[in-house]
Design a protein around this ligand. Sequence first.
Ligand code: GTP
Ligand code: MG
Length: 308
Amino acid sequence: MSERQAIDTLVNEFRAGAPRALARAITLCESGRGAAVVAALYDRAGEATTIGITGPPGVGKSTLCSGLVRTARGIGKRVGVISIDPSSPFSNGALLGDRIRLAEHFTDPGVFIRSMASRGHLGGLAGATADAALLMDAFGLDVIIIETVGAGQSEVEIASLAQTVIVALQPGSGDSVQVLKAGILEIADVFVVNKADHPMANQLRREIRSMLQIMEYRGWIPEIATTQALSGEGIGELWAAIERHAAYLNESGEIERRRRDRFLHQVRAIAAGRIRELVERSVGGEAIGNGDPYAAAARALKGLGIEE
Ligand SMILES: Nc1nc2c(ncn2[C@@H]2O[C@H](COP(=O)(O)OP(=O)(O)OP(=O)(O)O)[C@@H](O)[C@H]2O)c(=O)[nH]1
Ligand SMILES: [Mg+2]
């Protein structure tokens, strides 16, 4: 079978609703060979609600995710879950935890769960995740939840991928305050104080509230939900906050702005990845002893037709 035929078959199976085809399409994208599949299925996407969950390690993101899946399934939504491990494509520690927490949903045909690594995607992890979300959307899943550990770049990425960003924090851990300081305030649409069974939960709520007061928000002011993800307490409240945020996005027209931002973000990631690849190849032929590094870089760019 030619590559073209293989892709046609895959796209047909995808359109017919085979979960295996969705899984294979995502794998193709992860390895940087997904352009044709995305092109064929792009028109089918655009309906899903995307929710990002971020926060420090161990705060309960996967447990919250599992609770949200349960809630969404309860109202008949089909759900996709993407767990991202930005630390390393080789460390499966966090992903294992994610799988355990989501175990009850693995046999549900209305739930599609996927762990991600960046591997060969031009746009890196963000690019692969964006493709996976797009494909899940095109597959007809109604709600897509993306879980990522709040570490450096990944939370900024999640803000450009998700319509609603949930930042989970836990009481009695210095981590939480660090996260708040690290600029995550700007991306949160809903804060979750998880592990509310902890005696310091109220104090954390107060801390978040006072941080919110010194921010100048226009439009949506982040909500604070309190949960005990393990028992499921507060998940209903969290879901309601997500729905209020979705309603706000629609009524204010901000949803369109977010869509446009997300699109441009994706285009940028793909284009920048391509340039990086070309530069790698062009620089590869440069040898030491052949002038200074600036001259060598100029030659490499000239070879690509980027500089005169
Ligand atoms: N006491 C208590 N423990 C909880 C609660 N929610 C989650 N946990 C526990 O916290 C631990 C971490 O939960 P996870 O859901 O795996 O946390 P995570 O943020 O996904 O972790 P990573 O993906 O490894 O960053 C698990 O042992 C959970 O059972 C809660 O509300 N109360
Ligand atoms: Mg997790």
